[in-house]
Design a protein around this ligand. Sequence first.
Ligand code: NAP
Ligand code: G4F
Length: 341
Amino acid sequence: MARRALITGITGQDGSYLAEHLLDQGYEVWGLARGQANPRVSRMRKLLSDVQVVRGDLLDQGSLISAVERVQPDEVYNLGAISFVPMSWEQAELTAEVTGMGVLRMLEAIRVCSGVSRGAAAASGQIRFYQASSSEMFGQVTETPQNERTAFHPRSPYGVAKAYGHFLTQNYRESYGMYAVSGILFNHESPRRGAEFVTRKVSLGVARIKLGQATELRLGNLEARRDWGYAGDYVKAMHLMLQTATPEDYVIGTGHMKSVRELVEAAFSAAGLDWERYVVTDQTLHRPAEVDLLCADPKKARTQLGWEPRVAFDELVAMMVESDLRLLTDGGDPDQDSSWP
Ligand code: NAP
Ligand code: G4F
């Protein structure tokens, strides 16, 4: 019988790539979707017609219990979150509820449905749980590159909520013997990335300028540095993490950093444009507290999971610019969430 996976955050970037990967691996894939008329669910259904949908919300404990009871998953991937860092200052309580407490509710749903009690030994055949932890937990970094033992110093309500979910996952593993792991993923991008994140904002901005639809691109801090990889590579690491004999946490990234300025240069150059003619820096887009740099040490994932990123930075940027040029040329409207390459 096919193994069954339940993915929260199915309508997001990672949910879509993970679902495709698991379907390729022969899984029966279920996605948890919220809302009564969520337009992102129809977009997801168009792209991923083989994914079955179960209704539920990370804010609603009962709905998660019902979803786990109905799907009877072998693996649960908790990708659902408020994931945009600036929004976490504007709606800090909601971020804590969805991104932080949502992890508790999902773990409790699994614990209750599997009849796991405190101090029980890890049972074979138990539901395996993946938590989408984030390099934002490192925040103001204490060492570079960052590995699984690097201390956390989160710099936003989002980073704090993710640290709560991370430690809770570790605690459910230690207290209940549950198979629960966290992937500490560094920034990963794709043509399906939300338009609010800097890589996609830049690729869309470049495409609009190239097609004569815009004359400038307004950005915040150009000096911040990130370790950017391709989402299609990173979802494979999520799956690998749930296939090991012993549940452990892993850092996933490329090990290379680039600044936002370098991202902008690469994106404009991919379209044959000089960025300095179009980019305007805007103080209002700076954050109350910035994470200046993030750079992964993915050695543990390489040696223990055999995981390697395949798509390099320049290739990723060119892929996103080309995709947005195609999207806009074909009359697609990224702001309407109508199209997904
Ligand atoms: P994303 O595109 O922003 O997707 C977020 C998902 O969460 C959406 O499907 C959204 O559903 C869902 N969601 C929001 N509120 C919810 C709620 N109350 N109940 C259930 N689902 C809810 O994020 P992503 O880039 O795919 O990232 C996936 C996960 O990895 C997130 O947890 C993110 O924080 C984490 N992460 C991402 C990165 C990265 O660079 N991409 C790096 C490290 C960690 P709706 O469509 O209904 O809004
Ligand atoms: O693309 P960003 O908004 O991503 P950020 O804040 O690094 O968070 C992403 O990666 C995390 C993993 O490290 C995830 F956990 C999280 O869910 C999300 O996926 O911003 C990247 C950098 C920041 O330093 C920001 O200040 O780009 C800088 N930036 C400069 N101008 C901008 C802009 N970011 C955005 N979104 N928009 C700008 O105009």
